[in-house]
Design a binder for this molecule. Structure first.
Ligand code: NAD
Length: 474
């Protein structure tokens, strides 16, 4: 009998995953339905004039849950984006904020354009017009709804959004907190650009501190020398791959982009690859690598850790039998379908779910938002006090050992804590705590043997608490 075609609608997939977890939770009537549903969606169509011609742009902003305020979620620029996708991504935002204890409701935006098909000026026009539309309907504001970067957008777009919002609200002190992921000079925070990728690495490091988990997926030791394949060398994929390569000594054996996959079993130098891409416009042709047939080949390469960091529905029933990794670290949203995940789990492959793995971005966005509201850079008050204390300590140690430490070592020892250190420390703590919480839920919940269901249980319980605290469900 022919197999039923797999449902690739991300909204249906997220709801299926929610239902699988909800089965294990008892809540009062109506509360589960409220948590699952998307509260409201704003659909926009607006004209933008390029030269002598008008182009109609379609966009959405979905608000999934108002149990905490403001709502938070990125803005995606993609040709494929539609209302269902934005609703699903908004739901994922609610769940991931809950998992990492970031006090926001979930939201997401999408603009149906392929960013690389437009010039800088055209993208600026689209972004400023989009912001005006969001302002018009109260879908943006420091206490209402706070966008961030996502697929196809980055700090440049966030700066345009902040600037447009500021122009519409002259004199409001907190304007910069209307969006996160901004450049440092426009109220951004050090460490935000790499936060999602760095969060993925912190989560993987925690996995490698769990011997029982490693054994389950036939791994051992540390990340050093482990082989990694990455799909999508964008913001998330690039920083995850770079940090694994530079700080953990992992071997990035394959990188896939929209125009092809490159492979080198000895490992690819990621910063050098990025320089090559900037120069030539493609990852292809990077010296020492061989090109594999199709872009999706990066998913089928034999490796220890596979990091899908591009888009949803990449590991499906079509390729699930060809996946040859031990861990799937879901940096992208929704890269694995439920059917494929069941197959991978059956084969002992550990799937670390998106709602946990890519929550580093919103975690550091939260730090940026609080920084904007406090109007004070992290570390500004304590850095010199720290330094003076460390200086004293180092001088005492030098007295004890009877000689001065080398200049470079000394500088390292007395360096005070700055904003980047604090951000990374907060991010690391967040990812470790969330990993342990999800693992603990999985281990204690009868009939749950995957990390995704455990992560959803964790999220649902916390969102439920939010609604109960509001008194919505007495
Ligand atoms: P990005 O636009 O910076 O990068 C995406 C990369 O994927 C681009 O380099 C693009 O060329 C590449 N790509 C496109 N199609 C591809 C294909 N078929 N095969 C291989 N590569 C392909 O986007 P991003 O911000 O890195 O987001 C990537 C994923 O991570 C998305 O699912 C997004 O929702 C998720 N995410 C991003 C953030 C963030 O902070 N940026 C936070 C959480 C989740």
């Amino acid at each position: 009998m022919a197999r039923k075609k797999e449902d690739l609608n991300l909204n249906n997939i997220v709801n299926t995953q929610f239902d699988a977890a909800a089965r294990h939770i008892k809540l009062q009537d109506g509360l589960l339905e409220q948590i699952k549903a998307c509260s409201n969606v704003y659909y926009m169509q607006f004209p933008v004039k390029f030269g002598k011609k008008y182009q109609m742009i379609q966009a959405w902003r979905a608000e999934h849950s108002h149990h905490r305020k403001p709502l938070k979620g990125g803005i995606r620029y993609s040709r494929m984006v539609d209302q269902d996708e934005v609703m699903a991504l908004a739901a994922l935002m609610t769940y991931k904020c809950a998992i990492v204890d970031v006090p926001f409701g979930g939201s997401k935006g999408g603009v149906q354009v392929q960013a690389r098909a437009y010039s800088r000026e055209q993208l600026e026009k689209i972004t400023r017009r989009l912001t005006a539309e969001l302002i018009r309907k109260d879908f943006i504001g420091p206490g209402i709804n706070v966008p961030a970067p996502d697929y196809g957008t980055g700090e440049r777009e966030m700066a345009w959004i902040a600037d447009t919002y500021d122009a519409f609200h002259p004199g409001d002190l907190d304007n910069m907190a209307c969006v996160t992921g901004k450049p440092i000079t426009q109220g951004g925070i050090r460490g935000r650009t790499e936060a999602t990728g760095r969060g993925v690495v912190y989560a993987l490091r925690e996995l490698f501190r769990q011997p029982k988990e490693l054994k389950r997926c036939k791994l051992a030791g540390s990340l050093e020398g482990k082989t990694v394949s990455v799909q999508g060398l964008g913001n998330v994929g690039y920083h995850a791959a770079r940090i694994l390569h530079e700080e953990d000594g992992a071997k990035i054996v394959a990188v896939g982009e929209w125009d092809g996959t490159i492979y080198n079993p000895k490992g690819i130098d990621i910063p050098a690859l990025e320089r090559h891409r900037k120069k030539t416009g493609s990852i292809l042709g990077f010296p020492g690598t061989k090109k594999l047939g199709r872009p999706g080949d990066c998913l089928e390469v034999e490796c220890d850790v596979l990091i899908p960091a591009a888009l949803e529905n990449q590991i499906t029933q079509d390729n699930m039998k060809k996946i040859r990794c031990k861990v799937v670290a879901e940096a992208a949203n929704g890269p694995t379908t439920p059917r494929a995940e069941a197959e991978l789990t059956k084969r002992g492959i550990l799937v670390l779910p998106d709602i946990f793995m890519n929550s580093g971005g919103v975690t550091v966005s939260y730090f940026e938002w609080t920084k904007n509201l406090s109007h004070l850079r992290y570390g500004r008050l304590e850095k010199r006090v720290d330094q003076a204390k460390l200086e004293n300590l180092v001088a005492s140690l030098e007295n004890l050992v009877g000689h001065k430490f080398p200049k470079k070592k000394r500088q390292e020892l007395i360096a005070g804590t700055d904003e980047r250190d604090l951000v990374n420390s907060g991010l690391e703590e967040t990812m470790i705590c969330a990993f342990q919480e999800i693992l603990e839920i999985r281990n204690r919940t009868k009939n749950v043997n995957d990390m995704r269901t455990a992560a959803y249980i964790c999220a649902i319980q916390k969102v439920a608490r939010g609604y109960l605290e509001l008194g919505v469900f007495p």
